[in-house]
Design a protein around this ligand. Structure first.
Ligand code: TYD
Ligand code: MG
Length: 463
């Protein structure tokens, strides 16, 4: 029987139910509903109490009286850029990522750099002992930074310390380890995480201290338990990396103070994370001859052009149902491009396995990559390599048209800088004076014909 005032909160998705059940009706997880007792409603509802002086709210204007306070530049420029140009004073940031991806390493680097730059910084760890953090700092060569370090999980003590000392930036690693004695629920439960994050965010806003909370991610990529925390904070950053690759990518999933399409690229090494200023060189991999099935995509990630190699393999299938496997790109988009190649260009994939891979562990979401994927697939199917100095970009419509995309000039300039000399691109890319030879195609069939046409390579050399 449900108790008076009790609600049941799913620890997996945060959904609230009036009745207990073995399976959460919202997300389908088993044994995740936990009882929470709600405070009784005050008598008289939300009307002002009799006799009490009416407080009401006072309204403000949109125009600020004084200029925005300067952002805290942490000096880790890839991190600052993803934040929208430094950390806004009084803001709360959630940094989410898989265990072991390097969240603690990144934040130690960020706070050590900020402290060396003059910010007053505290690093509170609920996961590691002070000694462990010290040895990591020594390995990263940042032991001299004036960071105030503590291993603590009691929310009350952490809040107290923030109230007492004038910090600019406080890092809490991780929100799941914090524990408030005002609640009965155990650490890591939705109720605790919500309460602890709420208190920290409130204090941050009130005192103008920026807080960065670390959040763990479950196996299916959700920020464990506290989806609720995502709504409380000003920015949600996710730190990602493919297993087996040293590259780590920082993305903003939500940002009240900046764009959400920026990425920061890092490389994990022996002495911590190294910032990668020129990701194109990294994602293009080893130089040398590009084989059939490889196409270099001139993409834009956030505000930066990034070149990355698409690799396709089209091979006869041994099974009745051919395989389609894709890494780093959307499988729905692959299905669409295959369908357009079949219907509009006469290439058959019905009895062939198709594998598509984005090199370097990067994930591409831009529609501008359609033509690069199609070029890689066609090149593999026709067993003809693309010309060596060629980059590809363009969106493909279902009718087989190649459409122009944003910032074509910037894409081509980056390619030219890295030694590429031609682009397989929408017709509009050739307008004006492009920095490299443009092989414009209005239709996908035309682009595929170009790829199949072996004379093309020599033609480009002459152009
Ligand atoms: P960590 O920051 O502890 O990850 P998280 O806080 O996200 O769980 O990083 C753990 C991994 O990073 C670990 O597998 C070791 C690796 N690492 C390096 O390769 N080089 C380094 O200098 C450091 C500090 C960590
Ligand atoms: Mg950690």
């Amino acid at each position: 029987m449900a108790r008076e005032g009790a609600i049941y909160v799913c620890q997996a998705c945060g959904a609230v139910h009036a009745k207990w059940s073995g399976q959460c009706p919202a997300c389908g997880e088993w044994n995740t509903l936990v009882e929470e007792v709600q405070a009784a409603r005050p008598p008289g509802g939300l009307k002002p109490a009799k006799g009490a002086r009416q407080r009401g709210i006072s309204f403000e204007t949109l125009e600020a009286e004084d200029a925005d306070p300067p952002r805290i530049a942490t000096g880790v420029s890839e991190f600052d850029r993803v934040c929208g140009g430094g950390v806004v004073p009084g803001s709360a940031i959630l940094l989410a990522g898989d265990p072991g991806v390097g969240k603690s390493t990144l934040l130690l680097q960020v706070c050590a750099n900020a402290a060396l730059g003059g910010a007053r910084v505290a690093y509170v760890s609920g996961e590691e002992a002070v000694e462990q953090i010290r040895s990591r700092a020594a390995r990263m060569g940042v032991s001299q930074a004036p960071v105030k370090l503590a291993a603590e999980t009691a929310l009350r003590d952490i809040l107290d310390a923030i109230r007492r000392e004038p910090f600019d930036l406080v890092i809490v690693d991780s929100i799941q380890t914090l524990w408030s004695d005002a609640l009965e629920a155990g650490p890591g439960s939705v109720a605790q995480v919500r309460a602890c994050a709420g208190e920290l965010v409130r204090l941050a806003k009130k005192k103008g201290v920026s807080v960065i909370l670390v959040g763990h991610v479950t196996k299916d990529g959700q920020i464990a338990g506290p989806r609720v925390v995502e709504h409380m904070v000003d920015a949600v950053l996710s730190f990602e990396g493919e297993r087996g690759y040293p590259f780590r990518i920082l993305r903003a999933a939500k940002n009240r103070f900046g764009a959400t399409d920026e990425i920061g690229v890092f490389e994990m090494g022996d002495a911590g994370l190294r910032e990668v200023r020129n990701p194109s060189a990294l994602f293009l991999g080893e130089g040398g001859e590009r084989a059939a099935g490889a196409a270099v995509f001139a993409g834009i990630e956030g505000s930066r052009p990034v070149l990355v190699e698409f690799q396709a393999l089209v091979a006869p299938s041994a099974y009745g149902t051919p395989r389609r496997a894709v890494v780093g790109w959307d499988s729905g988009r692959l299905a669409m491009v295959l369908a357009v190649l079949e219907a509009r260009c006469g290439l058959g994939f019905g009895d062939r396995d198709v594998y598509l891979n984005v090199a370097g562990g990067l994930r591409i979401n831009e529609p501008a990559a359609d033509l690069a994927a199609a070029a890689a697939l066609a090149s593999s199917a026709l067993e003809t390599p693309l010309p060596q100095g060629c980059v590809v970009f363009g969106e493909i419509s279902l009718s087989g048209e190649v459409r122009s995309v944003g910032r074509m000039e910037a894409r081509m300039r980056e390619a030219a800088k890295l030694g590429f000399d031609c682009a397989l691109a929408p017709n509009a890319a050739g307008e004006g004076s492009p920095p490299l030879t443009v092989m414009g195609s209005g239709r996908l069939a035309e682009a595929v014909r170009r790829i199949g046409d072996e004379a093309w390579s020599t033609q480009v050399v002459r152009a």
